[in-house]
Design a protein around this ligand. Structure first.
Ligand code: HEM
Length: 411
């Protein structure tokens, strides 16, 4: 869809050709606290698009609350209670669960996965390069996050394709390539108590229940086993929702970050040459993730009236924090629409930095992006896109779904 600077942020179709960055740039410039009217399905909402305002709202989590839902969809209290994870709670409730899960994702813990990630990445890329032409999202970007999520959770490899398909259906609930139950096209009322209002949520709940009832084995050193053994652990529904959150959050986000990097490389051989110099390994992952910002927004709800740039956000109003826009704010970044592999500092917001909900998996995601690129550039001579990429249909998650490339191996 052509971005004339005025696309609707409510419509998923505004995002089918990629993020409407012109629209976001105009909003940052002219209307930083922007109101979008709702429709029959969804109530109207505010959008914050400037880096400084998003950072502010993220800090003031007592005013911009996560505890009435974090996506645009309106939920009854009953639906919210059935589906919420700790991501949909505020302090102090949030802090308790976060403390329990944090140690599993801390940087030193995640760094220990480096050798495993490298081994998996080597195998994935060698296999992809057996063909001269392939879809780099399917063959590379999708594979590593899926395999690593399996290791982290402690579920068997043979379940991974199934789990990822269900995770895609959850997070891609507005895209007909991922689900038949496209949320703004068909009646999904029957699934309103399920994660992402999706039938895939039912199947993932069943899987999680099997884990809890020991009908399915999990690896002892995986996070699920640890959470099940923890005396202060999550109750059954919380465990199921946490499981769905990890399957959804741990997969597509990293996939689309890798896919964005591959997309840039496949259109710019100079960038491959830059990476080969070895100077950018400490900084490039953040830059590709800034550029991709795959979870474009998360929602908050105002707990009191709040004035910002001459507008009054009313108590109870929904407020979207557009991390994707803040991460391209020209007031914060020089040449925000260009990739600068050495960008330092890089204060992007793609992980929701600055707030209590800052991404749990960010160290893991960054490590995966860096290593897969290191292993790729070692092995390729050329890597070129053969047609235009296709994008997800969603105003929530953005990513390259298909990237056909022709590649030759390094000799
Ligand atoms: C490049 C990849 C990733 C991106 C861009 C990303 C993005 C985000 C963002 C923006 C938030 C903040 C949500 C908010 O403010 O409400 C978040 C939270 C979260 N992410 Fe990620 N994520 C990524 C990878 C991962 C991975 C690999 C995992 C797990 C394996 C993960 C698990 C989570 C969880 C559990 C939360 C909720 C944390 C909380 O509420 O305290 N994410 N992520």
């Amino acid at each position: 869809m052509h971005d004339d600077g005025y696309l609707s942020l409510l419509s998923h179709d505004s995002f089918v050709s990629g993020v409407p960055h012109k629209t976001f740039a105009r909003l940052r410039r002219e209307d930083p606290v922007h109101w979008t009217d709702g429709d029959n399905e969804t109530k109207g909402f505010w959008s914050l698009t400037r880096h400084a305002d998003i950072a502010l709202a993220n800090k003031k989590s007592h005013i911009f609350s996560s505890a009435q839902g974090i996506r645009l969809e309106d939920q009854s209290h009953e639906e919210y209670m059935a589906r919420r994870t700790f991501q949909e709670t505020d302090a102090p409730e949030h802090s308790g669960v976060r403390r329990t899960v944090n140690p599993n994702f801390a940087k030193p813990v995640v760094s220990k996965f480096e050798a495993l990630i490298r081994e998996l990445a080597e195998g994935i890329i060698d296999k992809a390069l057996e063909s001269e032409e392939f879809d780099a999202v399917d063959a590379i970007a999708k594979q590593l996050p899926m395999m690593m999520l399996g290791r982290i959770l402690g579920v068997p490899d043979e379940d991974l394709d199934w789990l990822v398909e269900k995770g895609d259906a959850l997070i891609g609930n507005t895209d007909p390539d991922f689900t038949q139950h496209v949320i703004d096209k068909v009646d999904t009322n029957a699934y309103r108590m399920m994660p992402f209002r999706s039938p895939a949520g039912v199947e993932l709940y069943d899987y999680a229940e099997d884990l809890l009832k020991n009908r399915r084995a999990v690896a002892e050193d995986g996070i699920l086993a640890k959470m099940m053994q923890d005396e202060n652990g999550l109750k059954e529904l919380d465990f199921k929702n946490f499981f769905c959150l990890l399957v959804a959050a741990g997969n597509d986000t990293t996939r689309y970050s890798i896919a964005m990097a591959l997309n840039m490389l496949a259109h710019d051989p100079a960038m491959i040459a830059q990476l080969r110099t070895g100077k950018y390994w400490d900084t490039c992952a953040d830059e590709f993730i800034r550029f991709a910002a795959p979870t474009m927004h998360f929602r908050r709800t105002a707990t009191e009236d709040y004035e910002l740039h001459g507008k009054t956000i009313r108590k109870g109003d929904k407020v979207l924090l557009w991390f994707v826009s803040g991460s391209r704010d020209e007031k914060m970044f020089d040449s925000p629409d260009d990739i600068d592999l050495g960008r330092t500092p890089n204060r992007h917001l793609a992980f929701g930095q600055g707030g209590i909900h800052v991404c749990l998996g960010m160290h893991l995601a960054k490590l995966e992006v860096r290593i897969v690129l290191e292993e790729l550039v070692k092995r390729i001579d050329t890597f070129v896109a053969t047609d235009a990429p296709t994008w997800t249909r969603s105003n929530f998650i953005c990513g390259v779904k298909r990237l056909n490339v022709r590649a030759t191996k390094a000799v």
